[in-house]
Design a protein around this ligand. Sequence first.
Ligand code: HGY
Ligand code: MN
Ligand code: MN
Length: 405
Amino acid sequence: MINAERLLGRIDTLGGIGATGDGGVHRLAASAADGQARDLFVGWLRDAGLEIAIDQIGNIFGIYSGRDDAGAVMSGSHLDSVANGGRLDGALGVLAALEAIETLRDHGRTTRRPLIAAAFTNEEGARFQPDMMGSLVHAGGLGVEAALGTLDADGTPLGEALERIGYRGPKACGSIAPHAFVELHIEQGPVLDATGGSIGAVENLQGISWTEITIEGVANHAGTTPMHMRHDAGYCAGALTTFVRRLAGEQPGSQVATVGTLQLMPDVINVVPGQARMTVDLRNTDDDALMDAEEKLKAYCRELAELESVTISTRPLARFAPVVFDASIVDAVERAAEKLSLPCQRMTSGAGHDAQMMARLCPTAMVFVPSVDGISHNPEEHTEPEHLIAGANVLFHTVAELAED
Ligand code: HGY
Ligand code: MN
Ligand code: MN
């Protein structure tokens, strides 16, 4: 069994970096806080005697040699968070991956295959888009130069931000082709909490589509401009937000839709907004339904632009198809849960994860543990300690078994 005290202690220590004082963390990708979290993790990798590799986009790998020089079994997640997020999202998977290796090492055990604990850069996509960026580059889905050139809202390139925190590494991206990948993560949704389950054996993960929408209207006087003469970007942003909510209700499958960011310019009480910039996050397990939703959004933008005589432009920020995980890895997760007499149910991930990208490279699956009240991306994010420990033990047994085949 894993060393529960060590794991919970490290979750607390890591949760103190970028802490927001309300139980949450604010650790945007390649920020100073992300750099401190990375330093902490690398220090633990070093203390565990692992070989450490950092690639050109800052992905961190801790490598525990196997008896054979075979393809490694990799486990991991991310250290970055959304703005004002929770302390477990990503952190649990990174620390549990290390814990699994250290548990073997504590007992003087090695596995046939090497084991790797990984922390991928910019999983959240909160500061630089797309999300799951580090694992996407690792999986060959985005060129490293293109990724390093992505800009945050202040125009800072990711490459420069990584350099500033000392994590623009030397290792060529994608140079580790794992035999298998398993990620432990909090569910971030209500399913396990509602069913009283302990473990989720994740079979699939929904598709994600992120679009930035810019609306160019005409700034004008709030008092003197008759309603019929307005080209109100603020009204259009509101109409789009309402449309997005309606679209989620009309689309088949697991459709969800979110307007998460919205800026109005000049953002003054007595000025009709001349410009609005917003983002739309659409997700569905059914790719056809997701594509249909994307088309309906674009069609509505054209219709609204016509109606309000404004200009509406769209810019894709991320688009990942739904993923079905490898049945043999899902079975291994279920076997591990059974061995530990833990109730386990198969389920879908509503959130995106690095595993979604790693599935392009090798047989991949995920282990979920319950999120209390399904809350996540929120300082209230919480998972009971016994569930954290159970999930880490399931991960340990899963990777230990996979590393012997
Ligand atoms: O957006 C997501 O689902 C993930 O948290 N990056
Ligand atoms: Mn996450
Ligand atoms: Mn997240």
